[in-house]
Design a protein around this ligand. Structure first.
Ligand code: SAM
Length: 397
């Protein structure tokens, strides 16, 4: 009997490709990229595996009904047609979230979520003269309603809290990067743990921790307390532990240096705390160093990957700051590959180095570019920043 079913992994804009690559490596079937999502097929064990292991997924949804809807009445009927007792006890609790992107519905997503909640409550009231309660914080079943044009998909959310909440970050600085984005950047850079890795402006250490987890093949969500599927009626604890054990057996040691710098002592101590929370202090060193005064002290190939301050968020002279980034990379980090994400396109021109790749991404609500610089002995700056402020020379892959 084929027990596979369809699932949808949601993600951040620009990470659909790396997410489908992750799913392929994990053994998913029928993988199809969408917008901020990837659909695939797998069985119950794969649903557990996807939640524990995927680095670039925000949540894993299990669709239970897809149909056309043109108004609220259609939506109400669609919800009524689901045999809810299969998933939810009348004594249990539930919560509903909605995302609506359709001209058919003029009311906001919050209102559609409320209407959907009423429909589920009515279903039970009609049948059992009782209804399950709503619990927004800790529901037994979290339901997701997605309306895209004429199509509505009603899903069970198997993750619960967003999967970026890995469980290791207790301390943050003022502009921490989302863990899913950090992992996505490392995967997009192609880093797999076979060379040194430096985040020279590491803040709370997110990029370092995600890079180290990739190097050591540690499942992304191994430190999480709970997934929503653990409260489902069909939860199979033995299967869950079998899947978890199989993933844990793949963990290896990191054989290269993974280092973070920050010029702010408070950021250094936060990063160190988070590294300890992730049990990775054996592999990651975090140092109080101003990147602009640093030199490459590790031998061999090195990936440098960072998100420097952006003008929008932090109060700095961005043009001067980005000129210094270019100078430091060029003069002090030969034979390295540097990757940087920024939303400040004007400041980027002041780096003055030739990019060999440029990828469009979003960091929260900011449109960003993730750029790559290949640094060799004798890499020259393409132009002094004064000349290059209007034209940036790039060679795209
Ligand atoms: C946008 S935050 C990085 C956030 C980080 N990725 C995280 O997840 O928390 C930029 C960091 O660069 C640090 N920084 C700024 N100038 C620096 C310099 N010259 N050398 C080292 N760190 C610097 C700031 O202290 C700040 O922590």
């Amino acid at each position: 009997m084929n027990t596979n079913f369809k699932m949808t992994a949601t993600t951040l804009k620009g990470l659909e490709g790396v997410l489908s690559e992750e799913l392929k490596k994990l053994g998913a079937q029928d993988i199809k990229e969408g917008i901020r999502s990837v659909t695939f097929r797998g069985d119950q064990g794969f649903l557990y595996k996807a939640n524990i292991a995927l680095r670039t997924a925000i949540r894993i949804l299990k669709p239970i009904r897809t149909c056309k809807v043109y108004d609220e009445e259609d939506l109400y009927e669609a919800i009524q047609k689901i045999k809810w007792e299969k998933y939810l006890d009348v004594e249990g609790t539930f919560a509903i979230g909605a995302v609506v992107n359709s001209k058919n519905f003029t009311s906001n997503s919050h209102y559609i979520a409320l209407k959907s909640k009423d429909a589920v409550a009515d279903y039970f009231r009609h049948k059992y003269s009782k209804r399950p309660n709503v619990d927004l914080d800790y529901p037994d079943v979290k339901i997701h309603v997605h309306i895209q044009k004429d199509w509505c998909t009603i899903s069970l959310d198997s993750s619960g809290d967003s999967l970026h909440k890995r469980g290791y970050r207790s301390a943050t600085n003022i502009a921490p990067i989302n863990e899913v984005l950090a992992a996505g950047l490392v995967l997009l850079s192609g880093y797999s743990g076979d060379e040194n890795f430096i985040d020279p402006m590491c803040g709370s250490g997110t990029i370092l921790i995600e890079a180290c987890m990739i190097a050591c093949k540690i499942p992304a969500n191994i430190n999480r307390k709970q997934f929503a599927f653990e409260r489902w009626k069909n939860y199979d604890e033995d299967l869950y532990f079998t899947i978890q054990d199989a993933l844990l057996k793949k963990i290896t040691n990191s054989h290269f240096k993974i280092m973070g710098f920050d010029k702010a002592p408070s950021a250094v101590s936060k990063a160190q705390q988070n590294v300890i929370n992730a049990n990775l202090d054996e592999f990651i060193g975090v140092h109080h160093i101003n990147f602009f005064n640093s030199t490459k002290e590790v031998f061999g190939n090195t990936t440098i990957l960072f998100n420097p301050p952006y003008g929008e968020r932090l109060n700095i002279d961005v043009n001067e700051f980005y000129t210094k980034i270019g100078d430091t990379l060029k003069n002090n980090y030969p034979n390295s590959t540097a990757w940087m994400i920024t939303s400040d396109m004007q400041a980027l021109k002041h780096v003055g180095l030739r990019t060999s790749k440029r990828i469009e991404l979003k960091n929260a609500d900011l449109d960003c570019k993730f750029v790559k610089y290949e640094l060799y002995e004798g890499t020259r700056k393409i132009k002094e920043h004064k000349e290059s402020s209007n034209t940036e020379v790039t060679s795209e892959d």
